[in-house]
Design a protein around this ligand. Structure first.
Ligand code: 13P
Length: 340
């Protein structure tokens, strides 16, 4: 393990103003996104869409890393430049999603476990040869009105995340560790805080036991937020306070960066929450974004699969990157959404 390399890559991804674009939708997930804008999910359409994102001028000021899906890492621009090479040449670190998705956890009917550890070492070697310098693994934790998640469900997922992170660091690949507590459901913010606390505690206990170098990883958590079906929704301020209280207790200061997932929040809410969290700083870690939907939903809506909408799509994308770059420093205001 080259500790200096891991540290410097992790830091570069969350450098000043910068965050991560999560463009690692699996084929079934990108199909769902394309269905919304009535675009067929062919290999070429997926390639073209990602090309539009990665060639947008100016994003390198705000995007430190991009998470790719296996298929995308093997693709390139129309003129044949591999995407990983294009991104690197623009100073953006290419990364790769390496988990194989969340499956039913045997004998725990309401919980999931993320698969993909078998053969992971060999896959990481190949991804590294193709230019990936960091990776992502997502564990999915659902909250229900009864006793889910169970202590075992949390521990099993934390163990998987730590096994993955150790395999990455063995090969000098920075692991993004993503334990996602879903926003689905009717739970309130207090329940989300309790569950997020338990999950983070379990994750860092396992990471430590697996000898993972905290300085050479990034954490990708959910914000502490009520479920979408909860009758009591919370102010931006309350979400920011609960999130920071929870992270301050459970995330070691040695971790260089926390990059939030958006998890189904609107693009504006995700930016506003990030801003508010940063306004409460300084924090011991860089606090930034690793958004999928919150960066891309407005871009997909502007593009609609039409070449004629190319500049509108790229302008929309650059604007979301800029606004999140500001939020990352606590310098965003909701009024900027409508300003030209
Ligand atoms: P969202 O921001 O859409 O939640 O996606 C981030 C991600 O990478 C989920 O694994």
């Amino acid at each position: 393990m080259n500790k200096d390399k891991l540290r410097s890559v992790a830091k570069a991804i969350v450098a000043k103003q910068k965050g991560v674009l999560a463009a690692d939708e699996s084929n079934p997930t990108i199909k769902k996104r394309f269905d919304l804008i009535k675009v067929e999910s062919t290999e070429e359409n997926r390639r073209r869409y990602r090309e539009i994102l990665f060639t947008t001028e100016g994003i390198e000021r705000y995007i430190g890393g991009v998470i790719l899906f296996d298929e995308t890492l093997r693709q390139g621009t129309r003129d044949g430049t591999p995407f990983a090479e294009l991104l690197s040449s623009r100073g953006i670190v290419p990364g790769i999603k390496v988990d194989k998705g969340a499956k039913a956890l045997a004998l725990y009917p309401e919980e999931k476990i993320t698969e993909g550890l078998d053969g992971l070492r060999e896959r990481l070697v190949e991804y590294k040869q193709m230019g990936a310098k960091f990776a992502k693994w997502r564990a999915v934790i659902e909250i229900n009105e009864r006793d889910v998640p169970t202590t075992f469900g949390i521990r099993a997922n934390a163990h998987g995340l730590a096994r993955y992170a150790a395999l990455c660091q063995e090969l000098d690949i920075v692991p993004i560790v993503e334990p996602e507590i879903l926003m689905d459901g009717a739970h309130d913010i207090e329940r989300c805080e309790v569950v997020t606390s338990k999950v983070l505690e379990a994750v860092f206990t396992e990471l430590d036991a697996h000898r993972v170098l905290f300085e050479g990883m990034l954490l990708k958590p959910n914000m502490v937020i009520p479920g979408i079906k909860c009758a009591r929704q919370e102010s931006v301020q309350r979400v920011a306070e609960a999130t920071i209280r929870c992270l301050a207790r459970y995330v070691p200061a040695a971790v260089p960066g926390i990059v939030f997932l958006s998890g189904g929040q609107s693009a504006e809410d995700a930016t506003d929450h990030l801003n508010s969290i940063n306004m409460m700083g300084p924090h011991p870690w860089q606090v930034s974004f690793s958004y999928g939907r919150a960066l891309q939903a407005p871009v997909l809506a502007a593009w609609k699969g039409l070449e004629g909408n190319l500049s509108a799509a790229q302008e929309t994308f650059l604007k979301r990157c800029q606004l999140n770059g500001l939020a990352r420093d606590g310098k965003y205001a909701r009024s900027m959404e409508t300003a030209g």
